[in-house]
Design a protein around this ligand. Structure first.
Ligand code: ZN
Length: 275
């Protein structure tokens, strides 16, 4: 007899199984015994979020996060105002589907210095945070790998993310740690501990870094198939007090072209063996 797998902390991002509509993802995740789901906003296109929320609950799944908000910086003031409005829309969507928090990809605008972009990130989060709090939604600052500092994020280390949270100092602003973005950082263990001490560690995303990486966005791989010490980073996070969902977030043109049922089985195997 085989021991039943413990999937009580496994969450899968809808983007991981991008070819599946959210209705299919809900059905397949639940059938596989997965317990958590992070919803990407594109998966909600054309749907009533309240109906999606009911479907997820009826399937016995928990909504872990909404992905994603952010992209605050711009050299254009009108675009900055539009970003604030879009983040407030994300808050409405998160509240409607019952997501406790929104992952923020903070943004950067190459037409201006990173210092300016970073200031606009802090200002943008500070402006959205009270509206999010009124709606019972948290905001998770996700530091991105520095290769994305041109257009995707001025926040590239956990240390910076901690500084942003300290500066804003709102109880609903904390951090999403993604192993793909921080594994290279020699200070990662100490910074994870510092996140824990500050009570900032709210989300934990996993995948692996394929060697060689053929595309900087859509060539992530399953845990154990690359060079990231995912179990080691998880240990540090848990030593820092993290006991939430382990969220599998894999962008992969290669896997998206394969059979999704087999892929989901492979993800579960990688979660139980290499995470
Ligand atoms: Zn992530």
């Amino acid at each position: 007899m085989s021991t039943p797998l413990d999937l009580s902390r496994l969450c899968v991002h809808t983007i991981t199984t991008k070819p599946w509509a959210i209705e299919t993802a809900i059905e397949k995740y639940a059938a596989a015994g997965i317990t958590g789901m992070t919803v990407w906003r594109d998966a909600l296109d054309g749907r009533d979020p309240a109906a999606v929320r009911r479907k997820i609950a009826d399937a016995g799944l928990t909504v872990v996060s909404l992905c994603r908000g952010g992209f605050f910086p711009s050299a254009d003031a009108e675009a900055r105002r539009a970003a604030i409005a879009d983040n407030k829309t994300a808050v409405d969507q998160a509240a409607a589907i019952g997501a406790p928090g929104i992952v923020l990809v903070c943004g950067a605008d190459p037409r201006q210095t990173l210092d300016v972009s970073r200031r606009q990130i802090v200002d943008g989060i500070a402006e959205v945070a009270p509206y999010a709090a009124e709606n019972g939604v948290s905001l998770y600052v996700e530091p991105l790998h520095p290769m994305y500092a041109d257009t995707r994020s001025g926040i590239v280390t956990l240390a910076q993310a901690i500084d942003v949270c300290d500066e804003i100092s709102a109880p609903n602003v904390s951090i999403a740690l993604d192993v793909y973005h921080v594994f290279w950082d020699p200070a990662v263990e100490a910074e994870i501990a510092r996140c824990g001490e500050s009570g900032y560690l709210s989300a934990f995303h996993v995948c692996d870094w394929r060697v060689p990486t053929r595309d900087f966005l859509n060539d992530r791989t399953v845990m154990g198939n690359g060079c990231i010490d995912v179990p080691g980073l998880r240990k540090h996070a848990e030593a820092a007090g993290f006991d939430g969902y382990i969220e599998v977030e894999i962008f992969s043109t290669e896997y998206w072209a394969t059979e999704m049922d087999d892929y989901l089985a492979r993800i579960i195997d990688a979660y139980t063996k290499n995470t």
